[in-house]
Design a protein around this ligand. Structure first.
Ligand SMILES: *Cc1c(COP(=O)(O)O)cnc(C)c1O
Length: 419
């Protein structure tokens, strides 16, 4: 939406436009909100009301014969992705930190991760006292497997971030990880519902971490899910999350034997999910497939409408990538910073809210690996060239297909104008 400075910029553009020889039609403006989600579905609202009325919000606070919403959510999510075990937690970031701890990452250890990701990822690594080692990004916006091979021997663990829903060749990545004895944890904050060659995202590594935060694929404000087939890792994760000696109440848990030794050696670092959030999420999980198809419809319209615009670089999607496009990215490769700034401002003045990952200062949710100064790193020129050109936008389901066409027209128009 337009703020005051956006309105001023637009007024200036309108004047300029009407004075230009070709300026007959008024400039098209988009008025939708890039940050407005859909409402929680009615089934989620009534389930939440029931929890509020009975008051048993804590996951271990059950009436006689009752099964907690949180335990049911875990069971349903495990079923959805085909995992043996699932744990619901307070956030995606907490899920990642818990996975790292469960895998034995300790203070001072190095952990490989993507240079193109968001702050909660290196943040989760730093939260356990470990040190992120950044791996480069390709023009397909996935982890650079050559760079990964070159750095693989520096660490035992890779926190693989499927940033903005782009999934690398998981068969090649897992073969590389095996060859270098790397344990893979997946950050699936943007890939809930997605897959690689039919295998759900989050099911290649030893643990998969998902976020239920408002801008992800299901929305409980905050929240996270962690899945694994490994009984010992999941027993540790459940103890870590703050299950005291009540872990038997979990339904998507490993057999009780898995806790026997773990329960004495695992610190309680509370980060449980509550029944209110679980109640809101369960109906959304049931709708996930439908919602993912709706995101991809919007992506398809936008991507097709930008196909003829050869001044920007669209991201090619591999045929094995079953993506869920809740956002859209393209590249302005080798544009200079002023041209990109002018383009982003031009779009903003017309209501199209784009994020530029190459900005020298981190803005809102964007940042680059150089902004995480607690994790100093050598420059990666090949990745810097790509990061400098990444333009990113959200595609909330409150946008209609016509909205996506409007947005594409404005982007095309502004790209032409800026070049
Ligand atoms: C949102 C996000 C997470 C997890 O975030 P929370 O806000 O802690 O749930 C992790 N990785 C990426 C790339 C994200 O965007």
């Amino acid at each position: 939406m337009l703020d005051a400075s956006g309105k001023d910029a637009l007024a200036a553009r309108m004047t300029e436009h009407s004075q230009a020889p070709s300026g007959d039609a008024p400039l098209e403006i988009f008025t939708g909100s890039f940050t407005q989600q859909e409402a929680v579905p009615p089934a989620g609202i009534s389930a939440a009301m029931a929890v509020l009325q009975h008051g048993r919000l804590h996951r271990y606070n059950e009436a006689e014969g009752e099964i907690a919403e949180t335990a049911l959510l875990e069971e349903e999510f495990a079923g959805l992705v085909g995992a043996e075990y699932c744990l619901a937690v307070a956030s995606g970031g907490y899920a990642m930190a818990t996975a790292l701890r469960a895998c034995g990452v300790e203070h001072g250890d190095k952990v490989l991760t993507n240079a193109f990701t968001l702050a909660p990822v290196p943040g989760a690594i730093a939260s356990v006292g470990a040190v992120p080692v950044f791996v480069g990004v390709t023009e397909g916006l996935v982890i650079d497997l050559d760079d990964l091979a070159a750095k693989a021997d520096q660490a035992d663990v890779l926190m693989l971030s499927h940033m903005r829903g782009h999934i690398c060749d998981m068969d090649a990545l897992m073969a590389l990880a095996k060859a270098h004895n790397l344990t893979v944890i997946e950050d699936c904050a943007h890939t809930m519902g997605a897959d690689w060659a039919g295998v759900p995202s989050g099911r290649h590594g030893v643990m998969g971490c998902y976020s239920c935060q408002t801008y992800k694929h299901v929305n409980s404000g905050e929240g996270g899910l962690l899945v694994s087939d490994d009984p010992e890792l999941m027993a540790r994760a459940i103890m870590l999350s703050g299950s005291y000696m009540i872990y038997a109440k979990h339904r998507a848990r490993p057999p009780l034997e898995a806790f026997e030794d773990v329960k004495y050696h695992t610190p309680n670092i509370s980060g449980r999910m509550d029944n209110l959030r679980a109640a809101i999420l369960r109906p959304q999980l049931a709708d996930l497939g439908t919602q993912c198809a709706r995101w991809n419809e919007r992506y398809g319209v936008l991507d097709a409408a930008l196909a003829g615009c050869n001044r920007l670089t669209r991201i090619e999607r591999p045929k094995d990538e079953g993506f869920v496009a809740s956002s859209y990215q393209f590249l302005l490769l080798d544009w200079d910073a002023d041209a990109i700034r002018g383009f982003v401002a031009g779009c903003a003045a017309r209501g199209v809210d784009l994020k530029w990952f190459g900005a020298p200062e981190p803005v809102a949710f964007t940042s680059t690996y150089q902004s995480w100064r607690y994790a100093p790193t050598d420059d990666m020129p090949a990745s810097d060239r790509i990061l400098h050109g990444i333009i990113d936008m959200r595609l909330p389901l409150t946008f209609s297909l016509e909205d996506c066409e409007t947005i594409a027209r404005i982007i095309r128009d502004e790209v032409v104008r800026a070049t």
